[in-house]
Design a protein around this ligand. Structure first.
Ligand code: CO
Length: 470
């Protein structure tokens, strides 16, 4: 009888990043995280995702916390576990493209402050937009993981994904992630996809999905059987719904099989006990909407991430046009096609969503185009898998010549200019990066930080000094 080859599945825990971003608008504070990280550090996770995505923005904007300080505190606490972040390629953690010097500096400082693994993705899957971050990560001895934004559409064949996997290996990445932000990857498709990718690359493959459409844990099961190396899960109180499958459930699923993680279920239960009151509080205050915890099958029908659906609802509400919801949902795939059929993930999801709202509300398609739609059609976000709709391109940018090079090749170095603009606020090197990403929010944060230091209540100070934010 052939010996059974053990291949324990590895797990990235997302409760400190994606899970609370997906369920409670990224409002978990550092203070809420710190008491439990000692226990989390003992689980034996492959990594803990704790930074990037919206955490940076929400820390500065809503929690009035320095995201860099959070990272350093987490690094202090996690003595044995790798820390992981999410990084939007040339957009870093922002919404437009930055010059290479800013991208390189951000990577350098992220690793210097404690990040081990950087998951880098691009909303167009244009690998040129990832190369600078991958190179910088290698230079700083970090693990660079290139994530492909998973999506459906004519262009996204098995051949497309395997070709991309080969290119990622060639560009020097350490691993590949399939990032299924909308929960579109169904179980048997996962078997096909992972098997095909495993045939063309020897890089480890990680799968990231969301429970939104209800299939995620089955998808993980099939992906693991097909040879995937790492899966992303969240501790049960912040799992499922628009978040990831529950860590404890996946651990139990593989117990006693060749994929057994060996994690201690009692330890996981203690960690879950810590997070459960936080979930209950969030439900009470309304921060956690029970709606996002169920199965949303529309995400499969319309192939858009759950977060994008709720954004559309709130945009339409603001305009008093909620009755146009289904017209907008029908318009989304058309706009996506016009713009070269990109995956829908930050920032392309916002760009396609907002333009769809405009097209429906104006009563004429592209009567008004957003600045971002124009930028996409000028090639400023990179190359798309399919060509743009030329008629639409003509209507939106006229006779302007779109660019075809890597967009950041046209962006001159920005770091010196940014340093000069914010020098009065600088208390640490990293401040310039906070400013680069969210200039207004960062300045408000810096003012608040200064006010706190001199023990002046910024709100009280505001009555005397109009420079303070309200
Ligand atoms: Co995610």
């Amino acid at each position: 009888m052939a010996e059974i080859v053990k291949k324990p599945i590895k797990i990235t825990e997302t409760v400190l990043r994606d899970a609370h971003q997906s369920l409670i608008a990224t409002r978990m504070t550092t203070e809420q995280m710190l008491p439990i990280i000692d226990k989390m550090d003992k689980v034996g996770y492959h990594s803990v995702e704790c930074w990037g995505g919206a955490t940076f923005d929400a820390s500065l904007r809503f929690l009035k916390e320095d995201p860099w300080e959070r990272l350093r505190k987490l690094r202090d606490g996690f003595k044995n576990t790798k820390l992981q972040m999410l990084f939007r390629g040339q957009n870093i953690l922002g919404y437009h493209q930055y010059a290479d010097d800013v991208v390189e500096y951000f990577v350098q400082k992220s690793i210097a402050n404690g990040i081990d693994i950087i998951r880098i993705f691009d909303c167009m899957n244009d690998l040129r937009n990832l190369q600078t971050a991958v190179n910088a990560s290698k230079k700083e001895k970090g693990h660079s993981q290139v994530a492909l934004s998973y999506t459906l559409g004519d262009a996204y064949t098995l051949e497309y994904w395997t070709e991309m996997a080969k290119k990622i290996e060639d560009m020097g990445a350490d691993s590949i992630c399939i990032k299924d932000m909308a929960g579109l990857l169904v179980p048997y498709k996962a078997t096909e996809l992972i098997s095909a990718m495993k045939e063309v690359t020897s890089l480890p493959i990680q799968l990231h999905t969301h429970y939104t459409s209800g299939v995620a844990s089955m998808t993980y099961l099939k992906a693991v059987e097909a040879g995937v190396d790492v899966i992303d899960t969240a501790m049960s109180p912040f799992s499922m719904g628009t978040s990831q499958p529950a860590t404890e459930v996946m651990v139990e699923t593989f117990r006693g099989t060749p994929y057994d993680t060996g994690y201690d279920q009692n330890l996981l239960a203690e960690i879950a006990d810590y997070f459960r009151p936080m979930q209950e509080d969030a439900l009470k205050t309304g921060l956690l909407n029970p709606k996002v915890m169920g199965v949303n099958i529309k995400t499969l029908l319309y192939q858009v991430p759950g977060g994008m659906l709720s954004n559309l609802v709130s945009q339409l509400k603001e305009q008093g046009a909620e009755d146009k919801y289904y017209d907008v949902l029908d318009e989304v795939p058309r706009v996506r096609k016009d713009l070269g059929e990109p995956p829908l993930v930050t920032p392309s999801s916002q760009i396609v969503g907002t333009q769809s709202v405009f097209n429906v509300l104006m009563g004429e398609r592209y009567k008004m185009a957003t600045a971002e739609t124009k930028a996409v059609l000028r090639g400023e976000y990179g190359a798309t898998v399919k060509p743009f709709n030329q008629e639409v391109q003509k209507k939106v940018i006229g006779d302007e010549q779109p660019i075809t090079c890597r967009p950041a090749d046209l962006i001159p170095p920005e770091l010196d200019k940014l340093e000069a603009e914010m020098s009065q606020w600088k208390e640490q090197d990293e401040d310039v990066l906070s400013y680069a990403l969210f200039p207004q929010v960062a300045v408000e944060f810096f003012k608040d930080r200064e006010a706190k230091k001199s023990k002046i209540d910024p709100k009280a100070a505001d009555t005397d000094n109009k420079a303070y934010p309200v």
